[in-house]
Design a protein around this ligand. Structure first.
Ligand code: C5P
Length: 396
């Protein structure tokens, strides 16, 4: 389930060789159950025949502002009426310039103005055209206007040059549309998450940490933002880009993570995904520890349990814990849920997920264990958010 089944997407195609990738996008959208209305500029229709899109979508393709066959002659506002998203892929330098200036001299540019659905734009242009200050100015203007600019990617170009300007692949554009079309299950709710490992210093150059990549936590932060929440993500040391629309606070140690979380309270939902170190060195050496003996004993002290502390507060938010185990998942996850008095724990076996792109998770709540179909972390994150939203709304 990718939430596209009941959606209608308008796909705009302007005049670039990357129009061939728009065919694949139309196919992916159709396969996912979305209704796709294709609108082509005159130049777009010189690269791919409208008939190709008509065959792929099973719907008429629109190329003219002056189409008398349209029932009320209002194609320029009818097509985006009630649509869930408008994506222009490919968008040429010329189309981007016209959009930035609000021109409406053909059907597609008119629709870009006459809409209340999100607008996504996937540039496809030659490296120098992309880098030109005029194009950069226009793209900045569009971002400012709330347009979602997707890419472009860098690499070999059809013109023989190498650089930034390639349109993203159809699968990437499809993912962006899935994200935009997510139901706003957490609209207006404030969500705080922790993600990644913590780093507990031993001396100025060494410390204790773990293999958490932060990907599951970042995917959840993104899924919460897609669901309409106001999201703050408190991240341990990871090298991941901040998801769009998410406020990020970077920390290193468990103590810093605790302080950053407490500073965000009260909140409505708290999701503790971080693999917080359970112990830290009792003292941090001021200088690098020297190799002097065959044995070195470290004294460790327990770190604060952030989740347990938040869940025990009188103004506790709806708290979600994670349990990464190497065996006996159900027993440990359910044990943690009871011990920390949490409504929901997401459990996974470390060998299934830690550090990788995919994961296998089971949700544990008062009603029992709910295994989710194995999948990519972003897909799982959306399924987890759906469960959290259902429980949250049932509680409140
Ligand atoms: O008890 P355990 O560490 O396995 O519990 C895991 C859950 O508790 C995770 O949700 C983790 O983010 C959270 N946790 C925490 N602070 C700690 C240890 C774990 O918030 N010090």
């Amino acid at each position: 389930m990718n939430d596209l089944e009941t959606r209608r997407v308008v796909l705009g195609v302007s005049g670039s060789v990357a129009a061939y990738k728009a065919c694949e996008l139309a196919r992916l959208l159709g396969q996912a159950g979305a209704a796709v209305d294709v609108v082509m500029t005159a130049a777009g229709a010189r690269f791919v025949a409208p008939l190709t899109f008509q065959a792929l979508t099973g719907r008429p393709v629109h190329v003219s502002l002056w189409d008398a066959s349209q029932e009320n002659g209002m194609a320029h506002i009818d097509l985006t009426r009630g649509a869930d998203a408008l994506i222009v892929a490919p968008a040429t330098a010329d189309f981007i310039a016209r959009l930035a200036h609000g021109l409406a001299d053909d059907l597609l540019s008119s629709l870009c103005l006459a809409r209340d659905c999100p607008l996504l734009v996937a540039p496809a242009l030659n490296r120098q055209m992309w880098e030109h200050p005029a194009t950069q100015r226009n793209v900045a203007q569009l971002r400012n206007d709330g347009v979602n600019i997707l890419g472009p990617a860098a690499g070999a170009q059809a013109c023989g040059e190498v650089g930034a300007g390639r349109m993203l692949e159809a699968a990437e554009l499809f993912d962006a549309l899935v994200a935009v079309c997510q139901p706003k299950r957490l609209a207006g709710k404030r969500v705080v998450l922790t993600a990644g490992p913590t780093y507990e210093a031993l001396d100025p150059v060494r410390g204790l940490t773990n293999l958490s990549s932060g990907r599951m936590g970042f995917a959840l932060a993104r899924a919460c933002a897609e669901a309409g929440a106001d999201v703050t993500l408190i991240a341990g040391p990871v090298s991941l880009p901040t998801p769009a629309g998410v406020t990020r606070v970077d920390v290193q140690s468990a103590q810093q993570m605790r302080a950053a979380v407490m500073a965000q309270l009260p909140t409505e939902i708290f999701i503790a995904v971080a693999a917080v170190a359970d112990y830290r060195p009792a003292t941090v050496a001021d200088h690098k520890i020297k190799k002097t003996a065959a044995r070195l004993t470290l004294e460790l002290v327990a770190t604060p349990d952030i989740l347990a502390e938040v869940a025990a507060r009188p103004d506790a938010p709806f708290c979600v814990g994670f349990a990464a185990e190497s065996r006996d998942l159900a027993e440990h996850a359910e044990g943690k849920r009871r011990a920390k008095k949490l409504p929901l724990v997401v459990g996974n076996l470390v060998q299934d997920g830690m550090g990788g792109d995919d994961n296998v998770v089971t949700l544990f709540d008062a009603a029992g264990a709910h295994p989710l179909p194995p999948g990519a972390k972003p897909t799982l994150a959306r399924a987890i958010v759906r469960h959290i939203a259902e429980m949250f709304h049932a509680h409140h």
